[in-house]
Design a protein around this ligand. Sequence first.
Ligand SMILES: [Zn+2]
Length: 66
Amino acid sequence: MQPYGDNFILVIPVDFLLHEPDRPFCYDMTCGCKRNERLLWEVSRYIEEGSMTLGEGQAFVAGRTI
Ligand SMILES: [Zn+2]
């Protein structure tokens, strides 16, 4: 039996995998989620409320896990 992997071409439906309710931003800086005003507004609210620092908010939008 061949192990999986060598000839496996990874085709990921990006929108499906990378945008989750608790992680709405992916790491593709050209993706539309970076310009989603409602999501950006929510992040700015977290920062204003103090539940995120500005750096954390920027990392969140950039798709990096906090
Ligand atoms: Zn995205």
